[in-house]
Design a protein. Structure first.
Length: 292
């Protein structure tokens, strides 16, 4: 889907932005910006869209996004209710590649930093011990001033550049393009409708009507912007919710299958393995091994 350009607010007296956001939800706008973004979820859960990737997010998740990599964090529906007590919290660091000067990244001692920026173009899920170190540094950066703030940013870059505790996010090789407001609103409508109604059968006629396009035009439009068909997108949404239910481990897999919108168990197993690379049982076992 085409992202909308977002202007990251940075104070005139600062070379980069670090915030501790607390708000009802993360919004719904699919956007991009020239700054790299280090994003740590303190609390909140839902589905995140980064480039061509669709995954769940929850507290403790940390990702690094490269410049102009489109993204949005879509919270669960409970976070959008008018009388909801739910809130999200996140530590968010934004910085331009040359925020400390173009000469810095050209220094021979800093050769790992340009390599980091290149890896970040695909997005990076940060894990392991380095994540805990980065959380502490981000907290420190929110109150630091003057040279202390610059030193912390350099420490964050050093930690990210040297770690191998990460997983790439984006699968495809294609570029992501700018959009106008009408395109963004149209795709956000599709996304919101799908996240709300993924449990039921959604026909192409139904979703095309939401987009104010004919079926043929919608299919061509959606494939052009996302590099996948609408049904592939819908299946990935369903599988992401199935993954969350498997982790919660409250109901049998067969119940999860129908709760997530699949009409039969064999189809569910086939699509689950195609999207995740493992069976539902293997997925649950791998998660339990990580937490134990």
């Amino acid at each position: 889907m085409k992202p909308l350009f977002h202007k990251v607010p940075v104070k005139l007296e600062s070379s980069f932005s670090i915030r501790n956001d607390v708000k009802p939800n993360f919004g719904t706008i699919w956007h991009y910006h020239p700054e790299l973004e280090l994003h740590y979820v303190v609390r909140g859960e839902g589905v995140r869209f980064i480039g061509d990737n669709i995954s769940n997010f929850s507290k403790g998740d940390m990702v690094l996004l490269g410049e102009n990599l489109p993204h949005t964090w879509r919270c669960k529906e409970e976070y959008f209710q008018s009388n909801s007590d739910f809130e999200v919290e996140a530590l968010v660091l934004h910085f331009l590649p040359d925020c400390l000067g173009e000469d810095l990244i050209k220094l021979p001692e800093a050769y790992l930093i340009p390599k980091l920026f290149e890896k970040a173009k695909k997005g990076m899920v940060i894990t392991g011990e380095i994540k805990e170190k980065l959380v502490d540094l981000m907290h420190a950066a929110t109150t630091a001033t003057n040279l202390d703030k610059i030193i912390i940013l350099l420490s964050i870059l050093k930690s990210l550049a040297e770690t191998d505790e990460y997983t790439p996010i984006v699968n495809g090789q294609g570029a992501f393009y700018q959009s106008n407001e009408a395109d963004t609103q149209r795709l956000n409508k599709v996304c919101t409708y799908t996240l709300t109604h993924y449990k039921k059968d959604i026909t192409l006629e139904e979703i095309s009507a939401i987009s104010n396009l004919s079926v043929t035009s919608f299919c061509r439009y959606f494939k052009l912007l996302t590099n996948k068909t609408y049904y592939d997108f819908l299946i990935e949404i369903r599988i992401s919710h199935a993954c969350r239910s498997l982790i919660e481990n409250k109901v049998p897999t067969e119940v999860i299958c129908f709760d997530c919108g699949f009409n039969n168990v064999s189809n569910f197993y086939r699509h689950f393995k195609k999207v995740t690379g493992v069976t539902p049982l293997e997925y649950k076992r791998k998660y339990l091994q990580r937490v134990n």
